[in-house]
Each structure stands twice: as structure tokens, then as C-alpha cells.
Design a protein. Structure first.
Length: 159
């Protein structure tokens, strides 16, 4: 955990100004990005507060999940596997793939999740970097923006 925090901070620092200036990025997303600017290493280093360290997928998005005939869920594409609190995968699933109106349902289905607010700042940084790759004004960008707004609403008072 935190091994690439400096690199993530550097990439975010170079990406954020252009992203913040995009016409499709909403005021709440700009506000959360501004709060995280200069604090990316801190956000990455606080991930450990999310609970016990376990094996995590690292990109637990819907595009990397399949459901078997018996209802079991399989995660594909394990290239980002690491050790971190399991809630990191849940937070990324929400920010990358789940419409905000269904977040409480997904969290409840996951079960005891630990303090998701502790990992959301680092996950939001990754979401903002992903948004930067989506064409401005596209449906993909609109989805990222809506989910990032929902994540920002769940941040703790420290952010």
C-alpha cells in the first residue's frame, strides 16, 4: 500500500489543471479535486485505515466481473492485484461502475465494508484520472462525473 503514492501524486498534479478547466466537469467534482490537490500522498497513505489488509483485485469494475450459472461472481483481469483493505475494491466498484442511486444497495450486498470514507479520497483520485481519459461531454464522462459527485458526498470531514 502506498508504494506508488508519489507517482500517483505527480500524475494527478499534471492532469488536474486541465481536468478542472473542462466545461463538463461540475462544481462538486472541481471542489473535491481541489481539496485533494496537494494531498494525494496523504490520501494514498490513509488507505490502510479502511480495515484489515487482504488480497484485492485492484480494478473491481463491472467490466471485470462475470456471473456464473449458480450466481457466483468471478473477477477477471488481475493485473492490478495488491494487498489492501477489501473495502478498496468496493469503493472502486462504486466509483467506476455503479450508478449512485444503487450505491446503498451494493454496499449492503457486499456486507460489512469497513470505513469506506477512509479509502474514498484515494479512489476519487483514481476516478478523476480515469475521467481525464473520457472525451469531454461524452456519456462516459457524464457517468464518471455523477459517480465522483456521489463519492464526494460520502467523504469524511477531513476532506
Amino acid at each position: 500500500m502506498g508504494a506508488a503514492a508519489g507517482l500517483v501524486a505527480e500524475v494527478f498534479g499534471g492532469t488536474w489543471p486541465g481536468l478542472a478547466a473542462r466545461p463538463d466537469v461540475t462544481a462538486p467534482v472541481v471542489a473535491v479535486g481541489q481539496r485533494l490537490a496537494g494531498r494525494v500522498v496523504e490520501a494514498e497513505n490513509r488507505v490502510h485505515r479502511g480495515g484489515p489488509v487482504t488480497l484485492v483485485h485492484g480494478d473491481a469494475s463491472l467490466q471485470n466481473m462475470r456471473t456464473g450459472p449458480g450466481g457466483e461472481v468471478a473477477l477477471l483481469d488481475w493485473e492490478d492485484v495488491s494487498a489492501a483493505p477489501g473495502v478498496v475494491d468496493l469503493a472502486w466498484l462504486l466509483v467506476s461502475s455503479v450508478e449512485p442511486a444503487r450505491w446503498d444497495e451494493v454496499i449492503a450486498a457486499y456486507g460489512p465494508a469497513g470505513p469506506i470514507a477512509d479509502v474514498l479520497p484515494a479512489v476519487i483520485v483514481q476516478g478523476l484520472l480515469s475521467l481525464s481519459s473520457a472525451p469531454a461531454g461524452s456519456a462516459e464522462a457524464a457517468g464518471w462525473i455523477a459517480r465522483l459527485e456521489a463519492a464526494a458526498d460520502r467523504l469524511g470531514p477531513a476532506w
